[in-house]
Design a binder for this molecule. Sequence first.
Ligand SMILES: [Zn+2]
Length: 426
Amino acid sequence: MRLYDTLSRSLVELPPPPGPIRMYFCGPTVYARAHIGNARPFVVGMWLRSWLRSRGYDAQLVHNITDINDKIYDAAPGASAQLAADATGWYLEDTGGLGLGMPDHLPKATDSVPQIVAFIEELITRGNAYESGGDVYFSVDSYPEYGQLSRQRPDQVEQGEEPSSLKRDPRDFALWKTNKPATEDTSWDSPWGRGRPGWHIECSVMAEEIYGPAFEIHGGGLDLVFPHHENEVAQSRALGHPFASIWTHNGMLQFTGDKMSKSAGNVTTIREAIDTWGREVILVFFLTASWRKPIDFSDETMLQAASQWAGFQGAFRVARAEPGPAEWTRFEQALEDDFNTPEALAVMHDWRSSGYWALLDKGLRTFGLELPTMAGTGIEAERLRDERDAARRAKDWARADELRDAIRGLGYDVVDESSGSRLVPL
Ligand SMILES: [Zn+2]
């Protein structure tokens, strides 16, 4: 199994099963209902975990909740903690609605402040950070490898933070921010006074709290490469911790198409997308593009996904056939090669048009989809159909009629054609 790694800009082979494969995928800042684009790293992380487990790996996924952030203070002056708690609940509810299960751990920044303070103290002791006016900054100059992940020259880096006269160097970034009572209604004790952690430090600390100083995969949206992940690497590796060995960055979701569109144009949140299209269509939509390429969200692309899903649901219209032994290998090969879901989707369409019902069901289950009638009643109906064919060959018409009634009881009818019989859903 190989995956594209942003740090080395190459496909990297995973260690053989059982691994472990410990994954940390950056999660949402909780201040509103999550955008449909936020669903992508969640979906990719959950699919990868599911696939790796099916391949015999000990795979885990950590997905953090950023519940300390300027966006939360801005959205709910005086009530930021309540909004963060509410929005965390919404996120869990909405991603839960995708039907993929939940990550192994969902750590929150607010639960990790003492560990964050300890981590920052160690950076100060080692000379990689300094206190200034109640803030603490990471000294970019103290870490010569800075810029490796995003391939920037260290002397040209701009953090995108507000300029601050407290910084020794404009490239430095905040690890701890002193409390501003006028706009920030939460704060924690620290050796530098009341304040709160910066954003980047929480992920270094929470990943290492759960996995220790080294783990296999760090994921998140492509927009996090810089500054967020660049700063995470700097913080952890400055302390001599190996941190993540592979960096997987998913492509961004883009809104395209007709601005007047009636449905997709009004859909911005995961919740609205599930209500409008259903979870299955959203999952098929995400399958249509490679995880690291951009994906266009529009009426057109969602209608295409809906039509693909309808096609899978009608799989029983094609008579069941026995797949050759290499069919599953095709599917495996697609996913082992950088988790190529468009290719896996194409293989599943082949299976659909070839009548490989059970294989199709198994493939769909990899992605949290299933054809419920196929696995249970569909296969039973198929068995009864074979029995009925035998009764007809034996000219036992009474038995054949009985069997047809039994098949109808399972929601199918039998169509007799010159080439043989086939099942159709009632
Ligand atoms: Zn993060």
